[in-house]
Design a protein. Structure first.
Length: 272
């Protein structure tokens, strides 16, 4: 299998399938606002996920459940205005697709029309099959999400690793193949055993994107606030922090406060 890296001026859903076929790993990060998305896109990240994790990192909620469709459209619109290269995928928030395929389609159409996003992502397998089919039939690209599904936190009661038992692992494999068959272009696999990720990735032709799914996924995704170390209390095993921005920002802000209090800022050269 080739590992040659192709240059993509614009990443599409087809690009991701080609990357998997060519053995090139896919990079994916979250972004929720214009300024951050501009930086992420310029760094050649392949996929930007406007995740419902905005509920946590942008609004301070304990779970992803409170964020609304209007709020997701606002975040997605901000991101879309910033990007030149990346594929932008937007989470359908809790309550906008689970039980009613018509509502799911309406929600997806609103995201696509009002934000200009390129695709949507839905959590779940067989139980949301009809909602996904309805959206796909309208020509809207869909990314699946299996394993730990944060919108179902109150059903599971914990954020622990999923599909460790044989029965759940078999169902996840079945769901992955179903998502491929009905037309999803990729699947996020969250917090599942690495060997299961390997088995799933080798069983389907569409890419898997891991978050806590191990090295055998076809790509990886992290929350940008976690990667940069802006959050400091969240320490799962799968997270690699590339900066300690919490500490650096705290120091910078403290220095600013000290300079203002001591009348050092602004100095003569910093005024008109």
């Amino acid at each position: 299998m080739s590992t040659a890296k192709k240059e993509y001026k614009r990443v599409t859903v087809k690009s991701l399938v080609d990357m998997k076929k060519n053995g090139e790993k896919i990079s994916m990060l979250t972004a929720y606002d214009y300024s951050m998305a501009k930086i992420v896109d310029a760094a050649n990240v392949d996929v930007i996920l406007v995740g419902d994790s905005a509920s946590n990192v942008m609004a301070g909620h304990e779970t992803t459940l409170p964020i609304t469709l209007d709020q997701m459209i606002y975040h997605a619109s901000s991101v879309i205005r910033a990007i030149d290269r990346a594929l932008v995928v937007v989470d359908l928030p809790f309550g906008t697709y689970q039980s009613d395929p018509k509502k799911a389609l309406h929600s997806a159409i609103r995201i696509m029309k009002e934000s200009g996003a390129h695709a949507v992502k839905l959590e779940g397998g067989e139980e949301i099959k009809e909602s996904i089919k309805k959206i796909l039939n309208a020509g809207i690209p869909v990314m699946g999400h299996l394993g730990l599904t944060p919108q179902s936190i109150y059903k599971f009661g914990t954020y622990t690793v999923r599909a460790k038992e044989e029965e759940e692992a078999e169902q996840l494999m079945k769901d992955a193949k179903m998502l491929e068959k009905i037309g999803c272009f990729g699947i996020v696999v969250e917090k599942i055993p690495a060997e299961l990720t390997k088995a799933v990735s080798e069983s389907i032709s569409i890419p898997t994107i891991g978050i806590g799914g191990g090295k055998h996924a076809d790509g990886q995704v992290l929350v940008i606030h976690d990667l940069l170390g802006m959050t400091h209390e969240f320490n799962p095993r799968f997270l690699r922090r590339y900066m300690n921005l919490y500490e650096e920002m705290s120091t910078a802000i403290s220095n600013y406060v000290d300079d203002v209090k001591s009348r050092d800022f602004p100095n003569d050269e910093e005024q008109y």
